[in-house]
Design a binder for this molecule. Structure first.
Ligand code: NAD
Length: 349
């Protein structure tokens, strides 16, 4: 067998923001969200096969930068991601990200990808995965609280995966709600702009909160939550940054990704150490019960876990291979003689 030339064998496919947008449109946004939901579900179902650790944060007054690694026997993935709620007021995004997928056998990277768009897609797919497992089967109406960068993705994923058709929107900034109304016109959804969170949750079977505020907020209070509702609380994802009144968390049955991380970052941080929760992966494998009663309040305390990014990178790697949606990057130094790194440099003089 001949080896590829050194210059090509270590080239790393790179998916830029522009190519990610092309790839999503090439696959089709709905199909992309459905397939990504299934990819994440597949990986959650083989949870014990992964090396898992809470993400590694670097906090500052304005936000956080985090590394999110995980690996199975054959692949390693990590994401670099930030969360800076103050950014929006400065014309910058709250969340930006990129990531790498690599081979476990050689350690060589297989893919470098933008992940700002991909994070919005995978966070939406993760909410869809949790909602599909926990929502009442007759659910059709969703309240979307927080109409920022994540909102349209969250709505479209629940539409595609869970058959949600009626959307009630609320944001403290009406301009954000107007943006979603404009962006989602033409998707066959019944969209209603609401002026209070109380109005938005009226008749909602699913409530998703994706607000950005670096404090213990109370976007929803206990009196707003009726029997049988499923909540995806995804905006509280840092120490000291939560969205729900404690009484809701106390009343609901809680489902989490990686408990060690959720304990520090999720709504769970408000609760005593013995507060009960169920790990979502066990609901997906059938090892734990999900919703057992129509009147039960289920809460997915989503903070975002590394396996979701791993699944997203794995999915994008497969979908982009041998397409025009990648650029090959000279990213890994790979001399002909592996011991002669210096010689390679010297010959380049
Ligand atoms: P964004 O800044 O684009 O949008 C946030 C929106 O929330 C803004 O429109 C803001 O006006 C609104 N808002 C703030 N306080 C509110 C309140 N009390 N009631 C209603 N609306 C309110 O941010 P984004 O990129 O959409 O992200 C939203 C949140 O989700 C962030 O906190 C982010 O860290 C988090 N997030 C979580 C995950 C995850 O995996 N769980 C992934 C991505 C983002």
């Amino acid at each position: 067998m001949t080896h590829p030339s050194p210059s090509t064998r270590a080239m790393v496919p790179f998916v830029s923001v522009e190519n990610m947008m092309r790839l999503v449109h090439h696959v089709g946004l709905t199909r992309f969200l459905v397939e990504l939901t299934d990819a994440i579900t597949d990986d959650f179902k083989r949870w014990p096969a992964f090396d898992k650790t809470s993400r590694v944060p670097a906090h500052s007054a304005g936000g956080v930068i985090e590394l999110m690694p995980t690996a199975d026997d054959t692949l390693y993935g990590f994401k670099y991601v930030n969360g800076h709620p103050k950014n929006m007021a400065e014309g910058l995004q709250t969340v930006t990200a990129f990531g790498v997928l690599a081979r476990m056998d050689t350690g060589y990277p297989l893919l470098l990808s933008e992940m700002t768009l991909l994070t919005a897609l995978r966070t939406a797919a993760t909410s869809a995965m949790a909602t599909r497992a926990l929502v009442r089967p007759d659910a059709r109406t969703m309240a979307m609280i927080g109409n920022g960068a994540q909102a349209e993705f969250q709505i479209l994923a629940l539409h595609a995966v869970c058959g949600i058709t009626d959307i009630r929107l609320y944001d403290v900034d009406p301009a954000a709600t107007a943006k979603v109304m404009t962006n989602l016109a033409g998707y066959g959804l019944n969209l209603t702009a609401c002026t209070t969170p109380q109005d938005a949750v009226l008749g909602a079977d699913v409530i998703t909160t994706a607000t950005a505020d670096k404090r213990n907020n109370q976007v929803l209070t206990d009196n707003m939550i009726g029997a049988g509702v499923h909540i995806n609380a995804i905006g509280g994802d840092c120490p000291g940054k939560t969205e729900l009144h404690r009484d809701i968390v106390a009343r609901a049955d809680m489902f989490v990704e990686y408990p060690e991380q959720t304990r520090i970052e999720g709504e769970l941080q408000q609760m005593p150490p013995d507060h009960p929760y169920t790990e979502l992966w066990q609901v997906l494998t059938g090892d734990a019960a999900g919703r057992t009663r129509p009147d039960q309040i289920t809460l997915f305390d989503g903070v975002g876990f590394a396996i979701e990014d791993f699944s997203a990178l794995r999915y994008v790697h497969a979908a982009s291979q041998n397409t025009a949606f990648v650029q090959m990057l000279d990213f890994i130094a790979d001399p002909d003689d592996p011991r002669d790194l210096f010689g390679m440099l010297a010959r380049a003089a």
